[in-house]
Structure formats: C-alpha cells, structure tokens
Design a protein around this ligand. Structure first.
Ligand code: SF4
Length: 455
C-alpha cells in the first residue's frame, strides 16, 4: 500500500495496530512441521493403493504412495527425490497447495476414517530434510550447446529452467523484478511461507548451475519476444499476469482503494510488518485465494473488521472451502452475492462502499435484486484478478491470445514455432503453484525433445 494512497486525513489507517511480538506470533508457521515420530505414524496410515487416486489427483504427477513408502523406510532422501523429480517446488507446494481439494481429497482414507493421510505434511517433512541438509539430488547432463530463454522467474519459469538445465541446456532467465521467485516470493500469504522459505528453495533449485539470471528485464521495455526468438533456440514464457483488473467504479482512484496484490507483495518484502499501514474497517472485493490471503493477513496485522464481498454465491467461489473456513476462523466475514456499486468518500478518501445485492437467474447470470448494502470501509482491497500485459509479446508475430491469455497445446507449445508458455499467463491456467510448476516441466520436456530430436 503506497503512502500516497493513504492520506493523513484517513485517521483510521495507521501502523503499530499490534505490537511487533503479536505480529511475529501471528505470522509464524501456519502448521507446525511433523516430528519424526508423527511422520512415521502418518506414513503408516497409507494403504499404498494400486493406481493411487492421490497421485491421479496431483497436478504434478507425484508418486504419493512411493514417497510415503520411502518415509516409512526412513529413507527421506529417496522420498524427496520422488517428489522433487516431478515437482522441483515440492517444498513450497507442500505449504501452499490446496491439498484438501487435490491429493488429500482423493485419499481413500476419507471413506474409512473421514480423515485423509496428511500428504502435504509428509511431503514437507521429506523435502525439508534435503533442503535443510543441503543434499543436492540433481546434476547436469553434458552440455548440448542449445540455449533457451525463460521469461519470468516464478514457479513456471524456474521449473522449466531447472529441468532444461538438468538436461544440459544453457538457460537465461529474465525477470522484471530485482528479486526472483515470482508469486512464491511476492504473492503467497506471508504466514504460509515464513523464514524466507521461498528464497531458500530457490537457492537449492538454482544450485544446479547452468542458469544465468538477468533481473530488471521487462517484456516490452528491455526485452521483447521477437528479439528473444532471434537470439535463442527456444523461448519459454512464464511471465504471469502483470496488471490488476479494475472495479470499473467512477472514482476508483481515490485514496484507500488499494490493489491487494501490491499490498501482499509489500507485506512479503518488509522486515517490519508492525510498521505497515493497516485499516480499521476493511472490505475486500473478490472471491479467490488473493481475497482470502489479504483478508486473513489484514486481521493478523490488527484490522478490526474485515469483510470479503463476493459477487456470486458461496458454491462457486474460487477460494476453497478450506480457505473460506480459514478466513472465518480469523473472524473475517464473508458476504456473498454482493456487487460493488459506489465508492463513498470524504475528502477524497474512501469511507464506505455500497453494493447491489445480486440474484442468480435460471440461466446462471446475475441480476441486481434492487436491494443495497453499504459497508463502512477505510480501506477497500481490489482482489478481482489480474490481466496479461501484452507489450513486448504480440508485436510483429502471430502469438495466439484468447480471452486475454496465451493459447498453448498439451505440451505447452504456443502458436509460434520456437515459443512455449505456462503458468498464469496461459489460457485455462488455474492459478495454482503446482499447476505452474507442471506447465514448466512439460514445456521443458517438449523443448528438449524438439531441440534434440526435432520432434
Ligand atoms: S489414496 Fe491415501 S491411502 Fe491410498 S496411496 Fe494415496 S495417500 Fe495412501
């Protein structure tokens, strides 16, 4: 939240709402890691199912019963190898994957005990072991003489870069920011990744070598797709989404109306969370993970009243049941069928926001019911999704874009011969770290096949 967005006139917005100690406690690890004995007990609950449904439900194809079996045999390096060979960000995914909707939801233990094997916690247990002990599981194959540009140092880009580096290619990663990590570094709630875990994991991944990093390089400014295609044998686009959608309300630029993504990034980068400006009455507009993240974090920073206002009904909210329950556990109110209508301000600072109460029609569309609700707000967070920035991408070429995203096939190949893409910037991307990592992996496999076998 930039200072000029919070005027002195907005007396309710201030820092030091809670003490440093209270904030440190609030932002400590969301779940404590498993102890060795807890991990063994949990691993013992696995049935090691044939054709395991948990593996089928994992977007990155991790052999779940395989790695749990290794934990059971006290072979943590073997367990981590099974995880990281499919998903190099296995440590972060163990922390931020919606396991309750993916592998754990598919676990057959749900039928027997209404409680799945804690696959996410076991994955963290195994991967933390190699990261904390600096056990490098990967090495580079002989140099192929091929060079590949990767745009974006987030989960998709770095996953692609790592796999290609292992295969012996020379990689150059370009990123607009000065610090690597993309959403893992800037976009995931601070309480999910304490102790600088994102950078620790990144250091481990880049330790493989063969990956040249160029920061401060933005598409449309210092680099463009045309130039990269000329210079490299292949290009992977993992550039994410660069700009936030607007509410499309009249006076949206007034003070106190804030981009949630930007605030979360500031929260992740600051070393003094107690000095962040925090509102008293906060309204979050949106229904995805970003909305939940900013709402919960606002509460943890000391906001008094936090309400998420979502346009549609509960059952189609993008945030999972688990995330919604987490928000409610932190006293965040969630109100459904609320469409923002009017920002009310005093001296150019937001003081309230009025909503149309929406009604779903038989054809699934929404219609204003005629009823209005006004919520007091000194900060309104916009968390209504982001848009692809096409500068530097679409000039002088035929890169296919649909619904504002890059079109790719099942190998993550775009409409351009030398260009692949993955993560949030592609059509049908689902905003999950694990899916971005899988995109990067599949693209790397396809790029390697194309460059070495002419596939
Ligand atoms: S579904 Fe559950 S019990 Fe079966 S292999 Fe996966 S984790 Fe183990």
């Amino acid at each position: 939240m930039s200072d000029n967005n919070l005027t002195n006139k907005a007396m309710n917005i201030k820092s030091h709402r809670l003490s440093k100690k209270e904030i440190d406690d609030n932002f400590s690890d969301l779940h404590a890691p498993l102890s060795a004995i807890e991990a063994l007990i949990e691993a013992d609950r696995c049935y090691f199912c044939y054709d395991a449904p948990c593996t089928k439900a994992c977007p990155s194809d991790i052999d779940v019963p395989g790695f749990i079996q290794s934990i059971r045999s006290d072979n943590l390096t073997g367990a981590a190898e099974k995880i990281l060979s499919e998903n190099i960000f296995g440590g972060m995914c163990a922390r931020d994957c919606p396991t309750e909707e993916l592998c754990q939801q598919a676990c057959v233990r749900n039928d027997h005990e209404e409680k799945p094997v804690e696959i996410g916690s076991l994955q963290r247990y195994a991967t933390d072991s190699v990261l904390n002990n600096g056990v490098q599981l990967f090495s580079r194959q002989e140099n192929t003489g091929k060079s590949i540009a990767v745009v974006g140092a987030g989960p998709a880009g770095i996953s692609c870069a790592h796999r290609l580096a292992v295969l012996g290619h020379k990689i150059t990663v370009y990123d607009a920011k000065d610090k690597l990590g993309g959403l893992n570094e800037y976009g995931i709630a601070a309480y999910k990744t304490p102790n600088d875990f994102a950078q620790q994991e990144l250091d481990y991944i880049l330790d493989i070598g063969g990956i040249n990093i160029k920061t401060g390089m933005q598409l449309g400014k210092q680099i463009n797709l045309e130039g990269l295609q000329e210079k490299y044998d292949a290009v992977f686009l993992g550039c994410g989404l660069g700009t936030v959608n607007k509410l499309n309300l009249d006076n949206e630029d007034i003070s106190g109306v804030v981009d949630a993504v930007e605030y979360i990034a500031n929260l992740r980068q600051t070393s003094n969370k107690d000095e962040l400006m925090v509102g008293k009455n906060i309204v979050v507009i949106g229904g995805g993970m970003t909305a939940i993240d900013i709402a919960v974090q606002s509460k943890l920073l000391g906001a008094e009243q936090v309400t998420i206002a979502y346009r549609r009904s509960k059952n189609i909210m993008a945030a999972s049941e688990y995330e919604q329950a987490l928000a409610k556990k932190h006293d965040v109110q969630i109100q459904y069928n609320m469409s923002p209508k009017l920002l009310i301000s005093d001296d150019s600072h937001v003081t309230a926001i009025e909503f149309d109460v929406m009604k779903s029609q038989n054809d699934g569309s929404l219609k204003a019911s005629g009823e209005n609700i006004t919520l007091k707000a000194d900060v309104v967070f916009k968390a209504i999704g982001q848009k692809l920035v096409t500068e530097g991408l679409t000039e002088n070429n035929s890169l296919e874009i649909e619904k504002g995203r890059i079109v790719v096939d099942e190998h993550r190949k775009t409409s351009l011969t030398k260009v692949w893409a993955g993560g949030d910037c592609v059509l049908d991307g689902d905003n999950l770290t694990v899916s971005a990592v899988q995109d990067g992996k599949l693209a790397a496999i396809s790029i390697n096949e194309t460059l070495t076998q002419g596939a």
